[in-house]
Ligand binder design. Structure first.
Ligand code: OOG
Ligand code: MG
Length: 235
């Protein structure tokens, strides 16, 4: 772990490291497509032993289409998480309330996030995982997009299955009690660095349940109440 080598590393410095590693991706031709929140549900906090929400950057190279198949061998030890995603209809910065943040959203959909970690066995501190871009690796958005005003966004049932077996069940309520609170928290954290969200960007609100390890041959399905299905295969 990074903090084992540099114990005095601060959270602010970890976010600076995260941006430095993003700058290298941008130099390689990737572009910023959005942001993700992490550790926003009790299940995730307890699984990882880190009890504070974090954010990471999503790039074009992480974007996968619904029904995509990934090669397990391209990853270290990938895991999948059931998520809710926002599509920003307007720029958003400052310190909005959850209600204000939601007004800047044009669409909501279900999403599967693939996380992977540089750290052995996903063992890290808050500062380590922030420096590693919050384990961001890939994401799949559902194709059914709804305006937030047409959904009970604060309590949507979520069922994640692998190879036809239900592996995790939950609700969008697990995400800081309402996914809009995760969005507002993200904007507040970005604001502390003079940044914000841009129209068209994607925001993942954070896993509603614990993450599940992926194996070759897995076919993952997420069903979100009112938002249809999202699928991911692993070869
Ligand atoms: C950190 C990333 C957490 C989420 O949705 O909570 C995350 C990790 O667990 O490796 O993406
Ligand atoms: Mg996640």
């Amino acid at each position: 772990m990074l903090t084992a080598e540099i114990p005095e590393l601060t959270l602010d410095e970890a976010y600076t490291i995260q941006r430095a590693s993003m700058a290298r991706r941008f130099e390689r031709g990737e572009s910023l497509v959005g942001m993700k929140m992490g550790l926003t549900s009790r299940a995730k906090m307890e699984q990882m032993g880190v009890h504070e929400p974090i954010y990471g950057h999503l790039t074009s190279a992480m974007t996968l289409p619904d029904g995509a198949t990934i090669a397990h061998g391209d990853y270290c030890h990938p895991r999948v998480e059931p998520e809710i995603a926002f599509i920003m209809g307007e720029d958003l910065s400052g310190t909005p309330t959850p209600q204000e943040a939601l007004r800047a959203v044009s669409g909501v959909c279900g999403a599967l996030e693939i996380i992977d970690s540089r750290y052995k066995d996903f063992k890290f501190t808050l500062i380590d995982v922030v420096a590693d871009n919050a384990s961001s690796t890939g994401y799949v958005l559902g194709t059914k997009l709804k305006h937030p005003a047409t959904l009970e966004l604060g309590n949507l049932g979520m069922v994640m299955s692998v190879n036809g077996q239900v592996v995790e069940t939950g609700s969008s309520a697990a995400i800081l009690e309402h996914p809009a609170r995760s969005l507002a928290a993200l904007v507040k954290m970005l604001n502390a660095r003079g940044e914000g969200l841009k129209k068209g960007q994607v925001v993942l609100a954070g896993g509603a349940t614990k993450a599940v390890a992926l194996k070759p041959g897995d076919q993952v399905t997420l069903e979100v109440e009112g938002l249809g299905r999202v699928e991911l295969g692993v070869a």
